[in-house]
Design a protein around this ligand. Structure first.
Ligand SMILES: *Cc1c(COP(=O)(O)O)cnc(C)c1O
Length: 376
């Protein structure tokens, strides 16, 4: 669906790491990669980490989330977002999506804040996720959160390269996180980045990520730490990938455009909307299939593609429907209507890699078309 796409530029950085023997979670590439990602996102500081999940964990700890603390978290997301809340012993309060962007519903967030204020149990942080390459609507999310003095963490694992109101995705929260996992828009095979304008907080995160070693010749520890740093070799891959990020965004958008041209006229198929407030990378092309209008459902399309050896997946299963998060509070978009339930029931992600050839994409389109029995 979204495979690694090397540019060839990575090799020279890897060779440099080998030649200088900096095969360690330290070195020039790590420092340079941090600076380059910070510059790209328009933030003051960045910390390169072993995964996006590690970055989420550190962001939540920096926000002061501890045992029993509540965190308002997008429900429609990959499990890593909500897991990080549990790592800190926190309690996720799950927030529905809005139909216009599929991301955190400001209306649901507002009701969650109202109830929390009444009960006197405000959250320690808000964890908003940018799905499938598109930013959430940060103006209302930040405004509501500032009113209550609550920091916002931006899970931009899927939206590196996107913008919100002209400014980089990942730069809107107090802390932002990116992922360089193998399926993301650029990859280091595995890796992540924590970004913020708060340089003191970034130093703290760097300290925790290297086992929290106090400044002393002997091994001295006063705080709990982790082994979360990114290796210098992988940071080298990241530097080569970052050079071509903007090209990768254009390629993903072109893939989306071809699907759009093929299926936007089909009754019962609706593409994930691109909200007017931002520019999506279209990391994955996502759409919904109405079985009544299409005659076939999402799962039949996935089966048909699988028979052709083509990978497609349902939209993320929301966290409030996951056994792991049973019993946690959930705020739907409005009091009767859960948007993410509908997106999960009908949502489909199609192969969207920047290295997907037009021939291969034509094969995907043909297979879907045959299944829909729509005229070619
Ligand atoms: C991929 C992803 C993560 C986790 O990133 P890793 O680098 O795989 O740990 C977190 N949140 C979202 C929304 C993701 O898609």
């Amino acid at each position: 669906m979204s495979s690694p796409h090397m540019s060839g530029k990575e090799q020279k950085y890897i060779e440099e790491a080998f030649e200088t023997n900096w095969i360690a979670p330290l070195g020039q590439h790590v420092n340079a990669f941090e600076q380059e990602v910070a510059a790209y996102a328009g933030v003051k500081g960045a910390v390169a980490l072993s995964s996006g999940t590690a970055a989420l964990h550190l962001a939540l700890r920096l926000a002061g989330v501890g045992a029993g603390d509540r965190v308002f978290c997008s429900s429609l997301t990959f499990v890593a977002s909500a897991n990080a809340v549990l790592y800190q012993g926190g309690e996720p309060v799950l927030i529905d999506s809005e139909p216009g962007s599929w991301n955190m519903s400001p209306a649901a967030l507002k009701r969650a804040y109202l109830q929390a204020r009444e009960k006197g149990c405000l959250p320690k942080a808000v964890l908003a996720v940018n799905l499938y390459g598109q930013s959430a609507d940060y103006d209302p999310i930040l405004e509501l959160s500032e009113q209550h003095g609550v920091p916002v963490i931006e899970d931009a694992a899927e939206s590196l390269g996107a913008t919100y109101k002209g400014k980089a995705s990942g730069s809107w929260g107090k802390f932002g996180i990116f992922s360089f996992n193998g399926n993301k828009i650029i990859t280091t095979s595995g890796g992540g980045m924590l970004v913020s304008d708060d340089l003191e907080a970034m130093d703290k995160a760097r300290f925790w990520a290297t086992q929290a070693r106090d400044t002393a010749r002997h091994y001295q520890h006063s705080e709990l730490g982790y082994n979360y740093r990114l290796s210098n070799v992988l940071a080298g891959i990241g530097r080569g990938q970052l050079e071509v990020l903007d090209r990768r965004v254009e390629a993903r958008r072109a893939v989306f455009q071809r699907y759009y041209e093929a299926f936007s006229g089909v009754e019962g198929i609706e593409f994930m909307p691109e909200a007017g407030f931002g520019r999506s990378t279209r990391w994955l092309t996502a759409l919904t299939v109405d079985p009544e209008k299409c005659g076939v459902g999402r799962d039949e399309l996935i089966d048909a593609l699988e028979r052709e050896n083509i990978e497609a997946r349902p939209v993320w299963k929301p966290m409030h429907l996951q056994p792991l998060f049973e019993g946690y509070e959930y705020f739907p978009h409005d009091s009767v209507h859960s948007v993410s339930d509908g997106l999960f029931a009908r949502g489909l992600c199609l192969p969207s890699g920047s290295n997907l050839t037009e021939e291969d994409q034509a094969r995907v389109i043909e297979t879907v078309r045959r299944c829909l029995d729509a005229p070619a």
